[in-house]
Design a protein around this ligand. Structure first.
Ligand code: XUL
Ligand code: CO
Length: 437
């Protein structure tokens, strides 16, 4: 069955086109900064937002109108698999990503749940083979079911912890079966509400134990995906343990896990943590931990994870600037962890939203390449730190300087002369580059 029969194949038509169902910037084969756009961006569809979610919010029922709405649970899951590959083909998106519970319904027991999963995974495997589309990553949903009310890998109840471990084990097997490039851990309930009833140390130790067991099992079954942790500071719990890049890296280092993981960074999670997306990417990159991106954006006027499709060109440009500077995404990609607004309930909106995100990131990629090729920011940064290239600065950087030698220098160096950072000028230059590509 064709689920999107009214939607044409989405093609690149260029900047002059006024066809809403066409790309104006994303030209997969166009070479930018030494690689095709397709190779740089490695776009992925987020299964949960695109095929599973229906627009339900805390105040109202779902609004989405989908061809599979009236089907029973397992038939619905099967229809979504077909829709997934048709959707990826129409938009020419190479990857997809899912949680276990997005793709198949839970049964009455873990055995039944795993059986449902097996049926759908077999279908996904066939779909991947027939289409050449691939799995960017899979993960386990250990936050929706009420059993995870007090956590999963940080559960207060050992029975829940054991269940979570079983779910991760199955997730790793599914990832191997489908050749996932990465395997994600996002700690939806790995945090706490109040210290009055929480043993933080035990929870963190247990979380690290779960990760060590996962590494061991992946090795045992020969699943060689890159493991990723996705930081988020809050929501659903008040204090999430993987708060941001820096906190997560420190956790991984403390528990001897750093070499086994990289980070999956999400724009709206960064802003919830009080950071920009580019800050999170820079922190990961300078620590050798940049893995993959969940592309979306928040809303300046709302304080929660709104997961909007990314259309802010300043953000997509600065994001791709960080990615290019870091040497690319490697096995990672740009996964649209984004949902259409509740009012955008038609199937066509799913396409329009992905086109908006894909064009905005392609635009950002072109602008970022130009920023680097024209040394727009590099020359400013080089000049700003030039005092560390010679004289006393070179002595500091080489490690020769001591407190005594620096004191001797400071005592006779009067007055100190500083230069302007020229931030406003740079912001305008950035705008000029974005609108020139
Ligand atoms: C939640 C979120 C998750 C992860 C995967 O905010 O981003 O969907 O991407 O569990
Ligand atoms: Co995400």
């Amino acid at each position: 069955m064709a689920y999107f029969a009214n939607i044409p194949q989405i093609k690149f038509e260029g900047k002059g086109s006024d066809n809403p169902l066409a790309f104006k910037h994303y030209d997969p084969q166009q070479v930018v900064f030494g690689k095709t756009m397709e190779e740089h961006l490695r776009y992925a569809v987020a299964y949960w937002h695109t095929f599973t979610a229906d627009g339900t919010d805390p105040f109202g029922a779902g609004t989405a109108v989908r061809a599979w709405d009236s089907l029973g649970a397992l038939d619905k899951a099967k229809a979504r698999v077909e829709a997934n590959f048709e959707f990826m083909d129409k938009l020419n998106i190479p990857f997809y990503a899912f949680h276990d519970r997005d793709i198949a319904p839970e049964g009455a027991t873990l055995q039944e749940t795993n059986k449902n999963l097996d049926v759908i995974v077999a279908m996904l495997k066939d779909g991947q083979k027939a289409s050449g589309r691939k799995l960017l990553w899979n993960t386990q949903n250990m936050f929706t079911n009420p059993r995870f009310v007090h956590g999963a890998g940080t559960a207060v109840n050992a029975d829940v912890y054991a269940y979570a471990a079983a779910q991760v084990k199955k997730g790793l097997e599914v990832g191997k079966e489908l050749g996932a490039e990465n395997y994600v851990f996002w700690g939806g309930r790995e945090g706490y509400e109040t210290l009055l009833n929480t043993d933080m140390k035990l929870e963190l130790d247990n979380l690290a134990r779960l990760y060590h067991m996962s590494i061991a099992y992946a090795k045992e079954i020969g699943f060689d995906a890159q493991f990723l942790i996705e930081p988020k500071p809050k929501e659903p719990t008040k204090h999430q343990y993987d708060f941001d890049s820096a906190t997560t890296i420190a956790f991984l280092q403390n528990y001897g896990l750093k070499e086994h993981f990289k980070l999956n960074l999400e724009a709206n999670h960064a802003t919830l943590a009080g950071h920009t997306f580019e800050h999170e990417i820079r922190v990961a990159a300078i620590n050798g931990m940049l893995g993959s991106l969940d592309a979306n954006q928040g809303d300046m006027l709302l304080g929660w994870d709104t997961d909007e499709f990314p259309t802010d060109l300043y953000s997509t440009t600065l994001t791709m600037y960080e990615v290019l500077k870091a040497g690319g995404l490697g096995r990672g990609g740009v996964n649209f962890d984004a949902k259409v607004r509740r009012g955008s309930f038609e199937v066509e909106d799913l396409f329009l939203a992905h086109i908006a995100g894909m064009d905005s990131f392609a635009w950002g990629l072109k602008a970022a390449a130009k920023l680097i090729e024209n040394k727009v920011l590099d020359s400013v940064v080089e000049d700003r730190y030039a005092s560390f290239n010679s004289g006393i600065g070179a002595e500091i950087v080489s490690g020769k300087a001591t407190l005594a030698s620096l004191e001797q220098y400071a005592l006779q160096n009067n007055p100190i002369v500083n230069k302007s950072g020229r931030q406003e000028r740079l912001r305008l230059l950035l705008s000029e580059v974005i609108y020139s590509v």
